[in-house]
Design a protein around this ligand. Sequence first.
Ligand SMILES: NC(=O)c1ccc[n+]([C@@H]2O[C@H](COP(=O)([O-])OP(=O)(O)OC[C@H]3O[C@@H](n4cnc5c(N)ncnc54)[C@H](OP(=O)(O)O)[C@@H]3O)[C@@H](O)[C@H]2O)c1
Length: 161
Amino acid sequence: MLSIIVAVAENNVIGKDNGLIWKLPRDMKHFKETTTGHYIIMGRKTFESNGRPLPNRTNVIITRDKNYKAEGCVIVHSLEDAIKEAKNDSEAFIIGGGVIYDLSMPLVDRIYLTKIRHTFEGDTLFPELNMDNWNITEKRDFEPDEKNEYPFTILTLDKKK
Ligand SMILES: NC(=O)c1ccc[n+]([C@@H]2O[C@H](COP(=O)([O-])OP(=O)(O)OC[C@H]3O[C@@H](n4cnc5c(N)ncnc54)[C@H](OP(=O)(O)O)[C@@H]3O)[C@@H](O)[C@H]2O)c1
Protein backbone atom coordinates (compact mmCIF):
# COMPACT_ATOMS: atom_id res chain seq x y z
CA MET A 1 0.00 0.00 0.00
CA LEU A 2 1.18 3.51 -0.87
CA SER A 3 0.03 6.48 1.24
CA ILE A 4 0.54 10.22 1.33
CA ILE A 5 0.94 11.92 4.69
CA VAL A 6 0.64 15.70 4.72
CA ALA A 7 -0.37 18.74 6.78
CA VAL A 8 -2.26 21.38 4.80
CA ALA A 9 -3.51 24.87 5.66
CA GLU A 10 -7.06 25.96 4.77
CA ASN A 11 -5.70 27.65 1.62
CA ASN A 12 -3.73 24.49 0.62
CA VAL A 13 -0.34 25.94 1.68
CA ILE A 14 2.14 23.32 2.91
CA GLY A 15 5.43 25.25 3.12
CA LYS A 16 7.37 28.47 2.77
CA ASP A 17 11.07 29.13 2.02
CA ASN A 18 11.71 25.36 2.06
CA GLY A 19 10.43 24.98 5.61
CA LEU A 20 7.31 24.26 7.60
CA ILE A 21 5.34 27.32 8.74
CA TRP A 22 3.47 26.13 11.82
CA LYS A 23 4.54 24.25 14.92
CA LEU A 24 2.07 21.57 15.96
CA PRO A 25 3.77 18.95 18.16
CA ARG A 26 0.54 16.92 18.37
CA ASP A 27 0.56 16.54 14.59
CA MET A 28 4.29 15.71 14.58
CA LYS A 29 3.49 12.91 17.06
CA HIS A 30 0.85 11.57 14.66
CA PHE A 31 3.41 11.74 11.80
CA LYS A 32 6.01 9.87 13.84
CA GLU A 33 3.59 7.19 15.07
CA THR A 34 2.19 6.63 11.58
CA THR A 35 5.50 6.44 9.68
CA THR A 36 7.88 4.76 12.18
CA GLY A 37 9.19 1.43 10.92
CA HIS A 38 8.24 2.19 7.31
CA TYR A 39 9.75 3.56 4.10
CA ILE A 40 9.36 7.32 3.73
CA ILE A 41 9.73 8.75 0.21
CA MET A 42 10.57 12.43 -0.27
CA GLY A 43 11.88 15.01 -2.70
CA ARG A 44 15.43 16.27 -2.29
CA LYS A 45 14.17 19.66 -1.07
CA THR A 46 12.06 18.13 1.69
CA PHE A 47 15.04 16.04 2.79
CA GLU A 48 17.22 19.15 2.98
CA SER A 49 14.49 20.98 4.85
CA ASN A 50 14.44 18.14 7.44
CA GLY A 51 18.23 18.40 7.54
CA ARG A 52 18.78 14.74 8.46
CA PRO A 53 17.33 11.29 7.88
CA LEU A 54 14.32 10.69 10.12
CA PRO A 55 15.21 7.92 12.60
CA ASN A 56 13.72 4.41 12.60
CA ARG A 57 12.47 4.76 9.02
CA THR A 58 14.05 4.01 5.63
CA ASN A 59 14.54 7.45 4.07
CA VAL A 60 14.27 7.40 0.25
CA ILE A 61 15.27 10.65 -1.49
CA ILE A 62 14.29 11.46 -5.08
CA THR A 63 16.71 13.71 -7.03
CA ARG A 64 17.82 14.18 -10.64
CA ASP A 65 21.41 14.67 -9.39
CA LYS A 66 23.29 11.42 -10.14
CA ASN A 67 26.05 12.39 -7.70
CA TYR A 68 23.77 13.19 -4.77
CA LYS A 69 24.80 11.58 -1.50
CA ALA A 70 23.15 11.59 1.91
CA GLU A 71 24.43 9.32 4.65
CA GLY A 72 21.94 6.75 5.89
CA CYS A 73 19.51 7.35 2.98
CA VAL A 74 18.55 5.55 -0.21
CA ILE A 75 18.97 7.83 -3.27
CA VAL A 76 16.82 7.30 -6.37
CA HIS A 77 16.16 9.28 -9.55
CA SER A 78 12.44 8.73 -10.12
CA LEU A 79 9.24 8.17 -8.16
CA GLU A 80 8.88 4.76 -9.83
CA ASP A 81 12.29 3.69 -8.48
CA ALA A 82 11.36 4.98 -5.02
CA ILE A 83 8.21 2.84 -5.05
CA LYS A 84 10.24 -0.19 -6.22
CA GLU A 85 12.64 0.26 -3.29
CA ALA A 86 9.67 0.15 -0.89
CA LYS A 87 7.87 -2.77 -2.52
CA ASN A 88 8.21 -5.11 0.48
CA ASP A 89 6.82 -2.61 2.96
CA SER A 90 3.19 -3.17 4.02
CA GLU A 91 2.65 0.60 3.79
CA ALA A 92 5.10 3.13 2.33
CA PHE A 93 4.65 6.86 2.81
CA ILE A 94 5.08 9.79 0.46
CA ILE A 95 6.09 12.60 2.81
CA GLY A 96 6.42 15.51 0.34
CA GLY A 97 6.96 18.06 -0.75
CA GLY A 98 4.73 19.78 -3.28
CA VAL A 99 6.34 18.36 -6.42
CA ILE A 100 6.42 14.79 -5.11
CA TYR A 101 2.83 14.98 -3.79
CA ASP A 102 1.73 16.14 -7.26
CA LEU A 103 3.55 13.26 -8.98
CA SER A 104 2.31 10.60 -6.59
CA MET A 105 -1.33 11.67 -6.18
CA PRO A 106 -2.62 9.39 -8.99
CA LEU A 107 -0.74 6.40 -7.51
CA VAL A 108 -1.67 6.46 -3.81
CA ASP A 109 -4.31 4.35 -2.05
CA ARG A 110 -4.62 6.47 1.09
CA ILE A 111 -4.02 10.03 2.31
CA TYR A 112 -3.40 10.94 5.96
CA LEU A 113 -4.52 14.55 5.75
CA THR A 114 -4.01 16.99 8.59
CA LYS A 115 -6.19 20.02 7.86
CA ILE A 116 -5.11 23.04 9.86
CA ARG A 117 -8.07 25.33 10.43
CA HIS A 118 -6.10 28.50 9.62
CA THR A 119 -4.70 30.16 6.49
CA PHE A 120 -0.99 30.84 6.00
CA GLU A 121 1.14 32.63 3.47
CA GLY A 122 3.46 30.25 1.63
CA ASP A 123 5.05 29.22 -1.66
CA THR A 124 4.28 25.49 -1.82
CA LEU A 125 0.80 24.05 -2.24
CA PHE A 126 -0.82 20.65 -1.91
CA PRO A 127 -2.64 19.62 -5.12
CA GLU A 128 -6.41 20.18 -5.24
CA LEU A 129 -8.22 17.04 -4.00
CA ASN A 130 -11.26 15.75 -5.86
CA MET A 131 -13.36 14.41 -2.99
CA ASP A 132 -15.46 12.36 -5.46
CA ASN A 133 -12.50 9.94 -5.49
CA TRP A 134 -12.04 9.54 -1.73
CA ASN A 135 -13.92 8.11 1.27
CA ILE A 136 -13.27 9.67 4.67
CA THR A 137 -12.61 6.61 6.85
CA GLU A 138 -11.36 8.36 9.99
CA LYS A 139 -11.68 11.87 11.44
CA ARG A 140 -10.21 13.29 14.64
CA ASP A 141 -10.48 16.93 15.75
CA PHE A 142 -7.84 18.66 17.87
CA GLU A 143 -8.33 21.99 19.61
CA PRO A 144 -5.52 24.46 20.38
CA ASP A 145 -3.70 24.12 23.70
CA GLU A 146 -0.56 25.60 25.28
CA LYS A 147 1.71 23.67 22.86
CA ASN A 148 -0.44 23.59 19.70
CA GLU A 149 -1.43 27.05 18.49
CA TYR A 150 -4.00 26.17 15.82
CA PRO A 151 -6.98 23.84 15.69
CA PHE A 152 -6.69 20.97 13.21
CA THR A 153 -8.40 17.81 12.01
CA ILE A 154 -6.67 14.59 11.04
CA LEU A 155 -8.52 12.73 8.29
CA THR A 156 -7.83 9.38 6.72
CA LEU A 157 -8.96 9.30 3.09
CA ASP A 158 -9.17 5.97 1.28
CA LYS A 159 -9.38 5.90 -2.51
CA LYS A 160 -12.78 4.76 -3.80
CA LYS A 161 -12.44 1.43 -5.62
N1 LIG B 1 3.15 20.43 5.25
C1 LIG B 1 3.67 19.26 4.95
O1 LIG B 1 3.13 18.20 5.31
C2 LIG B 1 4.96 19.18 4.18
C3 LIG B 1 5.59 17.96 3.95
C4 LIG B 1 6.78 17.94 3.22
C5 LIG B 1 7.31 19.11 2.74
N2 LIG B 1 6.67 20.29 2.95
C6 LIG B 1 7.22 21.55 2.42
O2 LIG B 1 7.30 21.45 1.01
C7 LIG B 1 8.36 22.29 0.55
C8 LIG B 1 9.27 21.49 -0.37
O3 LIG B 1 8.52 21.03 -1.49
P1 LIG B 1 8.99 21.27 -3.01
O4 LIG B 1 7.82 21.01 -3.89
O5 LIG B 1 9.67 22.59 -3.10
O6 LIG B 1 10.14 20.18 -3.20
P2 LIG B 1 10.17 18.56 -3.02
O7 LIG B 1 8.97 17.96 -3.66
O8 LIG B 1 10.47 18.23 -1.60
O9 LIG B 1 11.50 18.21 -3.84
C9 LIG B 1 11.63 18.60 -5.18
C10 LIG B 1 12.89 17.95 -5.73
O10 LIG B 1 12.65 16.56 -5.96
C11 LIG B 1 13.40 16.12 -7.08
N3 LIG B 1 12.46 15.70 -8.12
C12 LIG B 1 11.22 16.17 -8.36
N4 LIG B 1 10.66 15.53 -9.41
C13 LIG B 1 11.57 14.62 -9.84
C14 LIG B 1 11.57 13.66 -10.88
N5 LIG B 1 10.53 13.50 -11.69
N6 LIG B 1 12.68 12.91 -11.05
C15 LIG B 1 13.75 13.05 -10.22
N7 LIG B 1 13.80 13.95 -9.21
C16 LIG B 1 12.72 14.73 -9.03
C17 LIG B 1 14.20 17.32 -7.56
O11 LIG B 1 15.44 17.29 -6.86
P3 LIG B 1 16.81 17.86 -7.50
O12 LIG B 1 16.58 19.35 -7.64
O13 LIG B 1 17.86 17.49 -6.51
O14 LIG B 1 16.98 17.17 -8.83
C18 LIG B 1 13.35 18.49 -7.09
O15 LIG B 1 14.05 19.71 -6.95
C19 LIG B 1 9.05 22.81 1.80
O16 LIG B 1 8.55 24.11 2.13
C20 LIG B 1 8.65 21.83 2.87
O17 LIG B 1 8.66 22.39 4.18
C21 LIG B 1 5.53 20.34 3.68
